[in-house]
Ligand binder design. Structure first.
Ligand code: SF4
Ligand code: SF4
Ligand code: SF4
Length: 173
């Protein structure tokens, strides 16, 4: 597919869309709600390109990530495959997602588990011991890349990705 010749000019348009920090859809890296809303055509090129098979189209035919089948390696294959730059348009915006541990965590209930710590390559997870054989997984959000490896591997499905802060978006020129 050929890119729209007016795309560069339209991409420079300032887009400032509020997004909810906790329950927003997880868009592919290098994209935002604004860039997807502005440029995505639902062509599925990104879903086909992702080697981890973690991108699908939602009911609105727009790409969302889930970590059921794997984690994001930030390989940029989705951005490179996107014919409209709906994904790559936000390449300069920092990926906002961070891991957050939920109540279902086994360690919190005194059941031995260190799966998330074991799979976390940036070593963003450490455990704080508590009474009764319990321990609390703590996420260092500065180290967390938002890759989703912990969410994918957690046997209790006790980790989800959230955005710690609500931000506005600006699509870079
Ligand atoms: S960056 Fe790579 S692994 Fe991550 S969603 Fe895109 S294609 Fe998939
Ligand atoms: S992998 Fe899941 S259940 Fe195990 S310690 Fe981490 S958050 Fe808790
Ligand atoms: S999302 Fe990735 S980097 Fe962040 S805590 Fe989980 S495994 Fe570690």
């Amino acid at each position: 597919m050929t890119k729209d010749p007016n795309f560069s000019a339209s991409r420079r348009a300032f887009l400032s869309l509020p997004r909810r920090s906790r329950d927003a859809a997880i868009r592919p890296p290098r994209s935002t709600e604004a860039s997807i809303a502005a440029y995505c055509t639902g062509c599925q090129e990104c879903t086909t390109a992702c080697p981890e098979n973690i991108i699908s189209l939602n009911a609105n035919q727009r790409p969302v990530l889930s970590f059921d089948s794997g984690a994001c390696t930030f390989c940029s294959a989705c951005a490179e495959a996107c014919p409209t730059d709906a994904i790559d348009a936000a390449r300069d915006i920092t990926w906002p997602w961070k891991a957050e541990v939920q109540e279902a965590c086994l360690s919190r209930q005194g059941i031995m588990c260190r799966t998330c710590e074991d799979v976390c390559e940036p070593r963003a997870i450490r455990f704080k011991l508590a009474l009764g054989g319990k321990s609390e997984p703590l996420i260092d959000v500065d180290q967390c890349s938002g890759c989703g490896a912990c969410a994918h591997s957690c046997p209790a499905q006790a980790i989800r990705l959230t955005q710690p802060e609500t931000k506005t978006e600006k699509i870079p020129a």
